[in-house]
Design a binder for this molecule. Sequence first.
Ligand SMILES: [Cu+2]
Length: 131
Amino acid sequence: MKRLIYLPVFSLIFAFLVISCQKKEAFKKELTSGGYKAVITSDQPPHVGINVWKIKIYGPDGKLLTGAKVSVNGYMPPMPGMPEMSFDYPVEDKGSYYESKVNLSMGGTWQITIKAEKGNEKVKFQFGFNL
Ligand SMILES: [Cu+2]
């Protein structure tokens, strides 16, 4: 008789685990440029404030591009009564990925530019969104 009680309890725990795992990757963006690929993931969807982004960069050979000099810039075009804004965010090399603290200081239109440079390899990714 007890087994009948365990099943719904385990199902519930499993459901919670699935939900919490999905939450850990609330934001994912894949970008391609000249054969290169960048994958951005974050445990939070884009929001006003500091967004911690994990950025993985893959070369045209499909292998991780490690040890590159990576920059992340956020640009907001001019708005009524407000000049354009441009921010270079800090980027940390974490070995297999790069971590950037992307401070989206206000709602509106943002354009993100990610540049990576290693030796004579140079790649630039761009995407935009409304916050
Ligand atoms: Cu603005």
